[in-house]
Design a protein. Structure first.
Length: 587
């Protein structure tokens, strides 16, 4: 008994509260997303089902998303930030009605009612030992029926539901066997039995062959995705082509191979290969369009293929950009609140077509859907800042900073806005906070110094966080992460602030060494030694640099000088022996 938790008051379960809480943890502020989906689908039902013969047989299986996106409201788009594509009604009865019409819905409801009333009618026939088990099964079945008002469209849930439905019938058939329908195949004529055997055998083998073909295609596809992910686009292309031969109607296969051919265009060394890959990619866009399910995503992918090809192909043809723009707009014609094509249009208008007016229009549309969108928000804030509308720019930066509280550029930009508004106290707070996170953040340091000078507090400038150890640590972090260029920048900056720091000289030399700039490395190693004659590590590094240049005598001289100040240094002794071996080999 001690293993059980103590009894606690967990409150009263409320279906209403549970229903209203769906999506609350995701930060939904508009309303329940399921309610939005149902509300928005009213227009779809009115336009495409109610007023046509489809009210009888529906729109067809797996067509809800394709038909629904033009009716999606701004509220629902805000819920998923313009990147969601509802593929279900999230109500089992509506999920039957839309694809299968009233005929399908009536059939489904008939099955539910049949099971329920059949259960009531035949319950008396059950043995006492089975009644409690049957009530449990029926209770689970009723729970699914209630849950179906908001969901049960998962494949595993379907399996449980129909298993329970079958079990309910099995209970009665086992207890009331005289009602069981039996079929005796032995009474059929021999010719028909032979035909039935051949037919069933053929169907069985055909199903196995078809399933193996699909399975093989799926394996090719998965391997192709692996190669695409690892950047081996040549291998990805060849294996995905094999997958498409087996299943040419599969949308995902065409999407993957288009991305792979785009990778080939980007990495091919010659123009002919690039043009070949471009043509193959275009051929697969046609295959993709034939079987497109999420039309908005499909057209966005094709637009991205054209836009990126413009950058990869050696001959810049602006027609590719106009083609990309056409496909992005087609994507929006299917879902006007889809953010991915809006993002691509924004980048194209800013970087390629240089159309500020259209870029502003697109950025505003994105922010209408997702007020915290980083790219669109930054762009609009910059536009407002250039136009002198600092208050508007500040509001955007504040919103972005709420969602990204450690983003240094946002802190600096908002600090700059406050500086322009002459709100120096707020600007100072933000800039100091940025320097707490990264003491090397030069933009924040420069602006903070300007504020102190303009407000007559120049004496505070030396207090702005400068610490040799922090710079050394940041430089070593960059070096250990193999970002040697960044390490060079950090150690150079440190030496500007503290020109006599020998550790920074040695580390700068080591960073130059790692990027192959041996002359620069030699300069800084020698400078470190000049400032500190017994700096053993700098001597060792200088030897390696001279050896890379092939200067054996110079390396030997440095070792002798280093051992004069550090006679017991293990590294220098090992280098001395190494040079002896090199000289022997040269003889």
């Amino acid at each position: 008994q001690e293993l059980y938790l103590k009894k606690q008051d967990v409150g009263v379960f409320s279906i209403k509260e549970r229903f209203e809480s769906i999506g609350a943890s995701l930060g939904v502020t508009q309303t329940n997303p399921r309610v939005l989906t149902w509300r928005d689908s009213i227009g779809l039902f009115r336009d495409k089902i109610l007023s046509s013969s489809r009210i009888i047989y529906g729109l067809g299986p797996e067509t809800f998303s394709f038909n629904f996106t033009p009716y999606k409201s701004l509220d629902l788009a805000r819920y998923d930030k313009g990147k969601g594509y509802p593929d279900r009604q999230h109500n089992e009865f509506l999920d039957v009605l839309f694809p299968q019409g009233f005929l399908g819905l009536i059939t489904f409801v008939f099955l539910l009612l049949s099971v329920f009333f059949y259960s009531l009618k035949n319950y008396k026939y059950l043995g006492s030992e089975n009644k409690i088990l049957f009530i449990g099964t029926l209770t689970g079945w009723i729970s699914f029926c209630i849950q179906s008002l908001v969901l049960f469209g998962l494949s595993a849930t379907y399996l449980y539901f129909w298993s329970l439905m079958s079990l309910i019938f099995v209970f009665f058939k086992l207890e009331h066997s005289e009602n069981t329908w039996k079929v005796n195949f032995t009474k059929l004529i021999s010719e028909f039995r032979f035909f039935l055997l051949i037919f069933v055998t053929f169907v069985s083998f055909f199903s196995i062959w078809f399933s193996l073909r699909f399975f093989k295609a799926e394996i090719y596809y998965r391997y192709g995705l692996d190669y695409l992910t690892t950047g081996e686009v040549g291998k990805a292309v060849s294996i995905l082509e094999e997958a498409i031969k087996l299943r040419p109607q599969e949308t995902a296969f065409h999407e993957a191979i288009i991305k792979s051919y785009l990778g080939v265009i980007g990495g091919a060394p010659d123009e002919n290969t690039k043009l070949w890959a471009f043509d193959r990619g275009i051929a697969h866009t046609n295959g993709l369009l034939k079987n497109a399910y999420y039309r908005s995503l499909t057209y966005n992918l094709i637009g991205a293929f054209y836009a990126q090809s413009y950058h990869y192909l050696d001959q810049k043809d602006k027609e590719l950009l106009f083609k990309a723009e056409e496909y992005f707009k087609k994507a929006l014609s299917f879902d006007k609140y889809s953010v991915p094509p809006l993002e691509n249009l924004l980048r194209m208008y800013i970087a390629d077509l240089k159309d500020d007016k259209k870029a502003v229009e697109i950025a505003k549309r994105i922010l209408e859907i997702d007020s915290y969108h980083m790219e669109a928000g930054n762009y609009m804030a910059q536009v407002y800042f250039k136009e002198g509308e600092y208050e508007k720019a500040g509001r955007i930066y504040k919103a972005l900073l709420e969602k990204n509280p450690k983003k240094l550029d946002l802190m600096y930009n908002l600090g700059l806005v406050f500086y322009k508004l002459k709100n120096y106290d707020e600007a100072e707070k933000l800039l100091l906070k940025a320097l707490e996170i990264d003491p090397l953040y030069e933009n924040a340091m420069r602006l903070l110094k300007r504020i102190y000078m303009e407000t007559g507090r120049g004496d505070k400038i030396p207090e702005i966080g400068f610490d040799d150890k922090i710079y050394i640590q940041k430089g070593l972090e960059a070096y250990n992460n193999k970002d040697y260029q960044k390490a060079v920048e950090i150690f150079k900056k440190l030496l500007e602030l503290n020109p006599k720091l020998v550790e920074a000289m040695n580390n700068l030399g080591a960073s130059y060494y790692m990027i192959g700039k041996y002359d620069d490395a030699i300069y800084w190693f020698e400078k470190a030694i000049a400032h500190k004659k017994d700096y053993a590590q700098a001597y060792g590094n200088l030897v390696y640099a001279y050896l890379k240049k092939g200067y054996i005598r110079e390396a030997e001289r440095v070792i002798q000088e280093g051992l004069k100040y550090n006679p017991e240094d293990k590294t220098l002794r090992e280098l001395k022996e190494k040079i002896k071996e090199i000289k022997k080999e040269m003889r």
